[in-house]
Design a protein around this ligand. Sequence first.
Ligand SMILES: [Zn+2]
Length: 231
Amino acid sequence: MTRSTAVAVSFGDLARLGPIVAVVAHPDDESFGLGAVLAALAAAGAQIQVLCFTHGEASTLGASTLGACAELGLVRRDELLAAADALGVSRVRLADYPDGGLGDVSPDLLDAEIEADLGDAALLVVFEPGGVTGHADHRAATAAGKRVAARHGLPVLEWGVAPDIASKLNAELGTSFAPLDGVDVVVDRSAQLAAIGCHVSQARDNPVLARRLQLQGTSERIRLTEPGERA
Ligand SMILES: [Zn+2]
């Protein structure tokens, strides 16, 4: 498996398709994961909405200092709103499904949440189907996004980690990053870094995030799947 250097995707072309809906599981996924891609699309003129399925109340990061889970959920909601501003995202909707339990929620319910926000969206943005880190919530969010996109004949931009970077992270840090075959695109990380800084409860002392960003440099791995394509 070789690392692709081809740039088959232009953020300008994607932005011109029309409005974009990004579907994620947790507050911070839009920044730690999709941040550079969403910021590039926003800078190219795209109108972007983020639909986040949970308040992220089950995170172990930040929980010890903030006490109750519900309180952490509220803190993370505010962090998400600030981060969205930094990325240039125009609208955020935060649903209230259980953090850590998204995989047990009826797919019909998740699909209906996306349908409610779809409007005249021309593109969905999600984590790659393995959830990037294998997290069941991530996989459920992506599966819902892909089902709805298929139903409406919309393309999907999947974000992930290139195979060489996934291997390095897994070897160094014992993580379970799934490799994504796709293309590398060059990104400016300044807006993403500002957005990451808004997630105060999650971004401090996050060695996996720091190392991943270091390995990625100015490159992001994405895959664009066209309507009807099974991947
Ligand atoms: Zn997440």
